[in-house]
Design a protein. Structure first.
Length: 151
């Protein structure tokens, strides 16, 4: 058995996703285009679901997507990859919230994950008639903090 190296190189400390884990799924053959590549639209839909989950949790009710900003695909997703989506609340206004979502993929037989894309989603909290409503004051969420720490 070879002992672990005593010095920690930068490669020994991988970059980790920002935010709280919201969704973990597997990219399946039904998520591909005719060329066998995972649809970017499928990935964007998964990201919207993750952001919507974070928005509904923070607003304690129904929310709708009104904008997506800054999406760039950094790495492809392959059939069989585990796709993990992380959300972090960037800001909360009177009725709206900006949420950063990062998508990461991990091949099934590998431990390391690779960032695939990220984007900022803007949601508005709505009432039962579909009109904007105020986002309530924050309470401590049971599954971890969604708000970003001003670091």
């Amino acid at each position: 058995m070879t002992p672990a190296p005593s010095d920690a190189s930068p490669a020994a400390h991988p970059i980790l996703p920002a935010g709280v884990p919201m969704i973990r799924t597997i990219a399946m053959p039904s998520d591909t285009n005719p060329s066998g590549d995972i649809f970017g639209g499928w990935l964007m839909a998964q990201m919207d679901l993750a952001a919507g989950n974070a928005a509904a949790r923070r607003a304690r009710g129904r929310c709708v997507t009104i904008a997506v900003d800054g999406m760039a695909f950094l790495s492809p997703v392959h059939v069989g990859d585990e796709v993990s989506l992380y959300a972090r609340m960037l800001s909360v206004g009177r009725t709206s919230m900006k949420i950063l979502v990062e998508a990461w993929r991990r091949p099934r037989h590998v431990f390391d994950s690779v960032q695939v894309t990220k984007a900022t989603f803007t949601f508005v909290a709505i009432d039962e008639t579909g009109r904007p409503r105020p986002v309530p004051e924050e309470i401590s969420p049971p599954l971890g903090k969604l708000e970003c720490d001003d670091a």
